[in-house]
Design a protein around this ligand. Structure first.
Ligand code: DGL
Length: 279
């Protein structure tokens, strides 16, 4: 049986994380699980996001993953700590679950010159204040402001992210973020769906900001990948449990056909998809 790295997201967004990880470590075996039938998570309550995320983690454990990455900021913000502190010690002490917020926070303070950082994310992630807390723990000199972008995930999930209608919503959220702090020089895309809107974000930024080239936009994939690589170096006991066949299996709670069609936006390759249920 394969012993894979599991990557979980509410929908398609985690594919941007999976891509980053597989580019850096193509040798491992992976299972991607998207809870597309119940996405988006961004506006759901703390308890519901925890319950859904735990179901997904358990499924990935049952499928033989000793290590699961929550490739979803909302799940990382609302469920990770409880899973790590309450569920794992009692029920799966030999398994590990890692998130995407801490690794992003670790790099962002070093990238900003002004030490003024903006976060664009789902309502759930912004309300949780997870980025502010993590960044300020590591870089107390940083000021962090966040802006919820409630329409951005639906734009991506519905394949409208490169259409003219997306401009309005991208502009609106960017304006609101920049209005909060004019010294921002680093913007975290704190939702795994948002890298697909990068072209629109850059276009809008060039009209909204007097010096757009001074702003760094940070998609997470590459930083999560290097952080995971570092984790596996520091934990050879985990690395040695993982099989290395370079395979990737895709699971979704929605229709496999629908997933395959939409996933091509993120992956540009033929993929093997299976529908599963979570409970
Ligand atoms: N991709 C998820 C994230 O990174 C959010 C999408 C959703 O709202 O389900 O936050």
């Amino acid at each position: 049986m394969k012993s894979c790295i599991g990557v979980f997201d509410s929908g398609y967004g985690g594919l941007t994380i999976l891509n980053g990880i597989r580019q850096r470590m193509p040798e491992y075996d992976y299972i991607y699980l998207g809870d597309n039938a119940r996405a988006p998570y961004g506006t759901r309550s703390f308890d519901v996001v925890y319950e859904f995320t735990l179901q997904a983690v358990k499924k990935l454990f049952d499928l033989g993953c000793p290590l699961v990455i929550l490739g979803c900021n909302t799940a990382s913000a609302k469920a990770l700590r409880s899973i790590q502190q309450k569920y794992l010690p009692q029920h799966a002490p030999d398994r590990r679950v890692l998130g995407v917020i801490r690794p992003t926070a670790e790099v962002v303070g070093k990238l900003s010159h002004t030490k003024h950082i903006g976060v664009l994310a789902t309502e759930g992630t912004i309300k949780s204040q997870s980025y502010n807390l993590e960044i300020q723990k590591l870089f107390p000199e940083c000021t962090v402001v966040g802006q919820a972008c409630p329409m951005w995930v639906p734009l991506v999930e519905n394949n409208e992210f490169d259409k003219p209608g997306a401009d309005y919503f991208v502009k609106d959220s960017l304006l609101k973020l920049l209005a909060q702090d004019e010294l921002i020089d680093t913007i975290i895309l704190g939702c795994t769906h948002f890298p697909l809107l990068l072209d629109k974000i850059n276009q809008q930024l060039s009209t909204l900001h007097p010096q757009p080239s001074t702003i760094k936009i940070i998609p997470q994939g590459q930083y999560i990948a290097s952080s995971l690589e570092d984790y596996l170096h520091r934990h050879p006991e985990m690395a040695s449990r993982l099989t290395r066949g370079g395979m990737c299996q895709y699971l979704t709670t929605e229709s496999a056909t629908k997933f395959r069609e939409s996933a091509t936006l993120f992956l540009h390759e033929e993929i093997n998809v299976e529908r599963i249920t979570l409970n």
